[in-house]
Structures are given as structure tokens and as C-alpha cells.
Design a protein around this ligand. Structure first.
Ligand SMILES: [Fe+2]
Length: 239
């Protein structure tokens, strides 16, 4: 019975591309220990991987996608709007997908007990949000621009300002994780995590674009970041 059901569903397409980061990239020190040392074993997708468990079907709260309204007061820092669309390899929108965002505060400090950077926490900023894409694949977050932070990867190592994104598709095997950067950041050429993506054009796709269409007068700047799941314009994942 199970085999008959499996024959009716197609496995997910796998990624094979220079647009994706290398597992072993010595400049990014953590990859040396965690990269696979043997060839990968490709496991077949079975019915359970393809059909579940499911994410994103609970309602999200009203302030989940506005990180500036999750506490009593407003967080410190430069308020920004980040929006874009989630698209498949043929440019078709991916609706109803749960997107999670996490980030450091404006001073470059995460609200996390392992972050010991000597920068202040902000009592009005947790740095976590989530939302679901609309019928046209669009999403939108209001937040503050994160600060750069040191990360001890090498001497005087600093991460460029970035947002972490996670996308939950319909099952565990479709979860994708990536990072978004900001245009003009002087740290971008020195970031081993971004440089672990072999293809220059793919690296550029992780840098958001300043966007007049979502910039609001007397309020804040807008940045645009589309996430492409497959194909020639694929967003690098796994960073
Ligand atoms: Fe980070």
C-alpha cells in the first residue's frame, strides 16, 4: 500500500550547483570540522519525507513579522523594511511558506546566552520573527538594521551586517537556510561565509537591494531580497 502511494508522488529535486557554498572551506573555520569527509550517501525520498511532517499551518501572530513591536518600547537602531518574494526555478511564486528571521540587534549582539560580545542587549528587541508568504509568494518584515559583530574565526574577524532566514516548505527535507546582506557593507569582501559560495553572481544574490518602492517617507528605508529555490538564479543556501 505504501509503495503504491509513493509511486504517485515525485521526490524533491536536489541541488547540484556552484551557486551553493562549499561544505569544506578552510577560510570558514567551522567547516573544517563539520564538513563530510566521505562521499555523501544519497538517501531516497520516501513518502514520509515528501508528505510530512508539516510546518507553517498554525496562525502567526500579528506582530511576528514586525520585530519593532514585540515589546513595550521601540528597539534602538535604524528601522528598516525587508521584503521580497519566494519563487521556484521557473519564477512561479511559492505561497503559504513559513519564513523565519533571526538577527543581532543594532549593536551587533544576539539575544542568546552563548553570545558574549561586549555590546549591549536591547530590552525592546529579541531579534526573531516569522511570517508566511502570500498568494504571490511575497513576504515582509519590519525590523532594525543589525550591527556587525566579531566572531573569532580569524584575527580581527567581523561579520558584515546580516539577517538569517529559514524557509519551511511542506516537509523536513525542504527546509532551507540562508543569510541576507546589505548593499555597500565594507565587510562583505572579507566574509569567509559569503566567500564560501564559489560563484560571484551567486554571492551577489545574497546582497539585498535598496528599494525606493518600499522605503517610506519620514519612517524608514526599504530593502528587497527575493529567494529563488532552484535553477540558474538559485539563492545560495546552507550558509
Ligand atoms: Fe549571524
Amino acid at each position: 500500500m505504501v509503495n503504491n502511494q509513493f509511486a504517485m508522488v515525485r521526490p524533491y529535486e536536489r541541488t547540484v550547483s556552484r551557486s551553493q557554498p562549499e561544505y569544506h572551506y578552510p577560510g570558514y573555520r567551522a567547516t573544517v570540522r563539520r564538513a563530510p569527509s566521505k562521499p555523501l550517501i544519497v538517501l531516497p525520498h520516501t513518502l514520509s519525507e515528501i508528505t510530512g511532517p508539516l510546518f507553517g499551518h498554525e496562525d502567526t501572530a500579528e506582530t511576528d513579522n514586525d520585530l519593532t513591536r514585540q515589546h513595550k518600547g521601540e528597539p534602538l537602531g535604524e528601522r528598516i523594511i525587508v521584503s521580497g518574494r519566494v519563487l521556484d526555478g521557473n519564477g512561479r511564486p511559492i505561497p503559504n511558506t513559513l519564513i523565519e528571521l533571526w538577527q543581532a540587534n543594532a549593536a551587533g549582539r544576539y539575544f542568546h546566552n552563548t553570545d558574549d560580545h561586549r555590546a549591549p542587549l536591547d530590552p525592546n528587541f529579541t531579534g526573531a520573527g516569522r511570517t508566511k508568504t502570500g498568494s504571490d509568494g511575497s513576504y515582509r518584515f519590519v525590523t532594525v538594521k543589525p550591527g556587525a559583530y566579531p566572531w573569532r574565526n580569524h584575527d580581527n574577524a567581523w561579520r558584515p551586517a546580516h539577517l538569517h532566514f529559514s524557509l519551511f516548505g511542506p516537509a523536513f527535507v525542504t527546509r532551507l537556510v540562508t543569510q541576507m546582506y546589505f548593499p555597500g557593507d565594507p565587510l562583505i569582501p572579507f566574509d569567509p561565509i559569503l566567500q564560501s559560495v564559489p560563484d560571484e553572481k551567486a554571492r551577489q544574490r545574497l546582497i539585498s537591494q535598496f528599494d525606493w518602492n518600499t522605503t517610506q517617507p519620514e519612517w524608514c528605508l526599504g530593502f528587497r531580497f527575493d529567494i529563488i529555490l532552484r535553477g540558474r538564479e538559485q539563492t545560495p543556501f546552507g550558509t
